[in-house]
Design a protein around this ligand. Structure first.
Ligand SMILES: Cc1cc2nc3c(=O)[nH]c(=O)nc-3n(C[C@H](O)[C@H](O)[C@H](O)COP(=O)(O)O)c2cc1C
Length: 368
């Protein structure tokens, strides 16, 4: 299968990958008190053994009082949690894999999980849970400075523990994305404003500070989405020009990879441009940076409907290969297929279509 573009190696700075397949970051909530244990390490090791090119961890939160809403979501701070992550990366490396943590701050959330409450109120750019509904607190400039420092510390720790790269979670309506989105960012200071570049200042400063801590050669990925969990129809950038004005400052600040989250990778990003390029395709074209596509690879249905109970069947990847072959994007993230099946990559490589599995939300109950 040497002609399959998914199995071409890839190199960027200090990151060298054996193929183009990335395990998408997926919250599993199996880390009691924020500490990933041996079961979590074994789960990631199985994906490395299954020949995933790059594993991105589930979102793991930085050190702010209300960066998480669930005690079972892993921390990326504190002695015990970092010792847990050390074990994870050692296991992945022992199996020949590569991995980066996805660093996360949730921002203002609708509720708490597992009977736990953070010590302080949820925080966001303007304290909004969604447009027009304030349930959290608006961050002060001190809160913002402290949050940027927390991300930078976590980034330095990722490098010190031996991770191969890192990802910043700037998508899906969580903290960084809450700053991007006018519907949730009503600030009139340096971190808000009428234009998307105005509202990107938090992200730009955060990327600059992370870059300062990890040096030039360590790969930084930034995950972005136009859609929000609060509103699937929202778009931050409505035209390629707006998209370029949004992303160029982030590229200049130090982003190496834009991880472009769509719910369905084949959907064209701009309806009126006479182009079928998807989000990752446009970002690669506009910034010249490496991009990752994602969204319903190898499955019939998309993931949010999956959370609501819709089952997905395995599907072919011909359209994905066609787009990869024409260099629309560089890497391909796969989510649910890699939750249900650590050996999905080998099955794709060996054409074992009849052994592919579907996804139903019941499969989230255990770490397979
Ligand atoms: C159980 C689950 C947890 C997820 N958690 C995260 C997360 O922590 N961070 C993130 O950026 N995306 C998260 N996502 C979104 C996935 O990374 C991915 O974008 C989405 O599942 C679409 O890919 P798929 O269709 O291949 O599953 C999650 C998805 C699932 C199914």
């Amino acid at each position: 299968m040497s002609t399959n573009p998914l199995f071409a190696p890839f190199a960027l700075k200090s990151l060298q990958l054996k193929n183009r397949i990335v395990m998408a970051p997926m919250t599993r909530s199996f880390s009691p008190n924020g500490v990933p244990g041996a079961d979590v390490a074994a789960y990631y090791r199985r994906r490395a053994e299954g020949q995933v090119g790059l594993i991105l961890s589930e979102g793991t939160v930085v050190e702010r009082p209300a960066s998480s809403n669930d005690p079972n979501i892993p921390h990326f701070y504190g002695e015990q949690a970092l010792a847990g992550w050390q074990h994870v990366i050692d296991e992945v490396h022992a199996a020949g894999g590569k991995m980066g943590p996805q660093l996360w701050h949730m921002g203002v959330m609708s509720g708490h999980r597992s009977g736990w409450k953070p010590t302080e109120a949820f925080e966001g750019p303007s304290g909004l849970l969604k447009p027009g509904e304030a349930t959290g607190k608006a961050m002060t400039e001190n809160d913002i400075t402290d949050t940027i420092a927390a991300f930078a510390r976590a980034a330095a720790d990722a490098q010190r523990l031996g991770f191969d790269c890192l990802e910043l979670h700037g998508a899906h309506g969580y903290l960084i994305d809450q700053f991007f989105w006018a519907g949730m960012n009503e600030r009139t200071d340096h971190y808000g404003g009428p234009s998307l570049p105005d509202r990107s200042r938090l992200a730009v400063e955060l990327v600059e500070e992370v870059r300062r801590h990890v040096g030039e050669d360590f790969v930084i990925s930034l995950r972005l989405s136009q859609w929000k969990q609060q509103d699937y129809a929202v778009k931050l950038a409505h035209t390629p020009q707006e998209m370029e004005a949004w992303l160029q400052p982030l590229a200049d600040a130090g982003v190496d990879i834009f991880h472009c989250s769509q719910r369905r990778f084949w959907e064209p990003e701009f309806e009126n441009e006479g182009s079928d390029l998807n989000f990752a395709g446009w970002v690669k074209k506009l910034t010249g940076k490496t991009t990752i596509t994602v969204g319903s690879v190898g499955l019939s249905g998309e993931f949010l409907a999956g959370f609501a109970g819709e089952a997905s069947e395995p599907s072919g990847i011909e359209e994905l290969l066609r787009r990869l072959d024409r260099n629309e994007f560089d890497l391909v993230a796969v989510g649910r297929q890699l939750i249900v099946d650590p050996n999905w990559v080998e099955k794709i490589q060996q054409g074992r279509a009849d052994e592919m599995k579907g996804f139903s939300r019941e499969t989230l109950a255990t770490l397979v």
